[in-house]
Ligand binder design. Structure first.
Ligand code: ZN
Length: 155
């Protein structure tokens, strides 16, 4: 709902990409794990996979692990092939006064359903529709609630 790389509100998919740089006796591993939009999936996949192919396999362990990383990347990339790209005017969601007011009216229901363990990706679009806001605004609202609950002193 919100891309964890570029922050725009767009269809996202959970992906995990790995990058390995083999340096004979050492290796440098990086991974990217999160909900990404199609644009960022495309960019991250090609950057990390190109590094794997060029400098990924220089080293004993690297030689063994890099093919698995590369296969993993290709699988995640293929799985997100049908993900729609972000809208042309996609931007980062904002919680304005109007959205806050509308979300305030459904906050009880939202918290209730999440506390009952209903999946986030199911609850959020429904609450968004109910309140007349975007799913990204609901995500921001939930983040705000979580941050506020952490700030309260434990009793
Ligand atoms: Zn993105």
């Amino acid at each position: 709902m919100i891309c964890q790389v570029c922050g725009v509100e767009a269809p996202t998919r959970k992906v995990t990409f790995h990058q390995n740089i083999g340096a004979l006796v050492m290796r440098f591993h990086q991974s990217m794990d999160g909900q990404l939009c199609k644009r960022c999936i495309h960019k991250t996949f090609w950057r990390m996979t190109a590094i794997n192919l060029v400098v990924g396999w220089w080293g004993v362990i690297s030689f063994i692990v890099t093919p698995f990383f590369t296969i993993n990347n290709v699988v995640y990339y293929a799985l997100s092939a049908r993900l729609p790209p972000p809208a042309k005017d996609a931007k980062a969601p904002e919680l304005d006064a109007r959205a806050l007011e509308r979300l305030g009216g459904v906050a009880d229901r939202l918290v209730d359903r999440l506390n009952r363990g209903e999946p986030f990706e199911v609850v959020v679009p429904q609450i968004a529709q109910l309140a007349g806001v975007t799913p990204g605004q609901v995500v921001l609202f939930v983040r705000g609630l979580l941050a506020a609950s952490k700030e309260e002193p434990a009793s």
